[in-house]
Design a binder for this molecule. Structure first.
Ligand code: SAM
Length: 254
């Protein structure tokens, strides 16, 4: 895991306050049915399960579980994001994921999608594990670099796209975070999302200069980057990247 130490929580909240109005349309993956169905299938929640959605944002993950399980609780720190999630949950808690206001073993499943890159990741994942019941599941869903060949360019693209990002992951980082938090039976699956880079970079919270730099990196991408991202550039200049998500799931020991 690569970490930047200079990101404050105020920076994160300002970033998402600026983005909230167009967040749901800011990436294909946000609302991608295939991805959302894959997540639910992997976790296979029982109808009487209690589920915790960390960094719930506008509730795009919460809505997949709400009313399908006994209880779905969302946690986030940005009002502008989570007020949209209210009708999609059974309760919203404004709290830092690093210090969760729940007792040990309160939930059957704790999951996060694209949240821990803004956090003290080790602390947050330990908290997710702490509040999950024995035999319950903890799930991390994160954009990852494929390997050493693409990580420098990809991490720079991710940094430019989101100035509030603190952590940059490889798949093994997700597994290590879950293991360090006490999970067993840890598995990481791949999910590939074909993202239109212009749509993805136009998130409503970064300047043209950053978007231009992202374009430049894609246009000059090394063979090492391209062998994984299989970048295509259409005649009209639109760029599509096969972005990799790691879906990592661990089990709390009995
Ligand atoms: C990229 S959005 C992800 C939203 C949602 N999980 C999804 O998949 O659409 C990241 C969210 O993380 C929240 N967040 C960032 N740091 C946090 C923290 N320390 N504790 C709780 N939420 C946090 C932000 O406010 C934002 O809503």
């Amino acid at each position: 895991m690569r970490t930047r130490k200079d990101i404050s929580q105020d920076t994160v909240v300002s970033h998402f306050t600026a983005r909230a109005y167009k967040y749901d349309a800011s990436s294909k993956w946000c609302t991608d049915d295939d991805m959302l169905k894959t997540i639910v299938q992997c976790l296979a929640p029982a109808p009487d399960a209690s589920v915790l959605d960390i960094a719930c944002g506008t509730g795009l993950i919460s809505r997949q579980f709400h009313k399908q399980v006994k209880q779905l609780i969302g946690v986030d720190i940005t009002d502008a994001m989570f007020h949209k999630a209210k009708p999609l949950t059974d309760g919203l808690v404004k709290a830092s994921a690093e210090v969760l206001p729940f007792k040990e073993g309160s939930f059957d499943i704790a999951l996060e999608r694209q949240g821990i890159q803004f956090m003290e990741a080790e602390e947050a994942v330990k908290e997710m594990a702490r509040v999950t019941k024995p035999r319950g599941k903890v799930c991390l869903i994160q954009l990852c670099a494929y390997g050493t060949e693409d990580q420098e360019e990809y991490f720079e693209i991710l940094r430019l796209r989101n100035p509030a990002r603190r952590n940059f992951f490889m798949r093994e980082d997700l597994a290590n975070l879950l293991t360090a938090a006490g999970c067993v039976d840890v598995k990481v699956m791949d999910f590939i999302s074909d993202e239109d880079v212009d749509r993805w970079a136009d998130n409503g919270a970064i300047e043209d200069e950053r978007r231009q730099k992202i374009h430049d990196i894609y246009r000059k991408a090394t063979p090492g980057f391209n062998q994984y991202h299989a970048v295509t550039i259409a005649a009209d200049g639109r760029i599509v990247d096969k972005m990799l998500f790691g879906i990592a799931i661990g089990t709390i020991p009995a």
